[in-house]
Write a protein that binds this ligand. Structure first.
Ligand SMILES: [Zn+2]
Ligand SMILES: [Zn+2]
Length: 269
């Protein structure tokens, strides 16, 4: 089994030594893991906020070096170099330039920010109360589509993160799910099944089963991630993620190397 969504203390809001993430993964019997540190938030002028949310730009080379060192030190487990890029319109060129020097296995795109509204941050609950939930969902999905259509990313992280706090829209989401699925298919991208939603107020894996069934219909491959922000969370609920995938119709998952993927069968339970 694989876990492609591991953060580290370098992200500012996660904790634990990177090596402990690896050790726990080996102990949990994972075959393959990937670090997906939050890519520096280039657009934020508030440097303190930026360094709480992402790896500071000056520390990014250190992050890469550490992952590559761990790769060498622990040949008994496949360790992939990834990162999670917050998609901010207008920052595309800066992102490409800064990603270019490194030998990534995959790059995740994600949306956590809607023009200053950090909708997945507990500090923004009051803002949620003030907003029209339907409109937040529409903005979220239109931003997600823009993120996918940049063609810069390999994996879309936690595709329906907007549901995290359990605020639900009053309109059906099927047509938006279909648009996302089609865009992922057209861009040869993979969708992440992310178990961290189970640990959040919504208490559901990202994406929802309805969404995942549509992704499967459009033949969008999947990968799995715990979104671990501490070593103890490595591999968390991956068995549930596999069941979720199988229930939606998947039999395989995507394994990345050098920004290409191949499909491997799920292990039998
Ligand atoms: Zn994080
Ligand atoms: Zn994320």
């Amino acid at each position: 089994m694989i876990d492609y969504h591991l953060h580290t203390y370098l992200c500012g809001h996660a904790r634990g030594r990177m090596e402990d993430y690896v050790k726990n993964a080996i102990q949990a019997g994972l075959e393959e893991i990937g670090f997906s540190g939050h890519f520096p938030l280039l657009h934020l002028s508030d440097r303190e906020l930026a360094s709480n949310l992402s790896i500071p730009e000056e520390k990014f080379p250190l992050y890469v070096e550490k992952v590559l060192d761990l790769k060498k030190k622990y040949p008994c487990i496949k360790i992939r170099l990834g990162c999670e890029v917050d998609y901010i319109p207008g920052c595309e060129e800066g992102v490409v330039k800064r990603l270019q020097p490194y030998p990534f296995d995959y790059i995740m795109g994600s949306v956590h920010l809607l023009d200053g509204f950090l909708f997945d941050h507990p500090g923004y609950m009051e803002e949620w109360e003030k907003r029209d939930v339907d409109e937040v969902y529409r903005n979220y999905f239109s931003r997600l589509l823009r993120c996918i259509r940049t063609g810069l990313f390999d994996i879309i992280a936690h595709p329906d993160l907007v549901k995290k706090f359990g605020f639900l829209p009053r309109f059906p989401l099927d047509s938006l799910y279909q648009k996302v699925a089609r865009a992922l298919q057209e861009n040869n991208m993979v969708a992440e099944i992310n178990t961290s939603g189970l640990r959040k107020p919504v208490k559901e894996i990202y994406p929802s089963l309805d969404f995942l069934k549509i992704l499967c219909k459009y033949r969008v491959p999947v990968t799995l991630g715990s979104d671990a922000h501490s070593p103890e969370e490595v591999g968390k609920d991956l068995g549930k993620a596999q069941k979720w995938a199988e229930e939606a119709g998947y039999k395989e998952y995507a394994s990345f190397s050098g920004r290409n993927f191949r499909l491997l069968p799920f292990p039998s339970p």
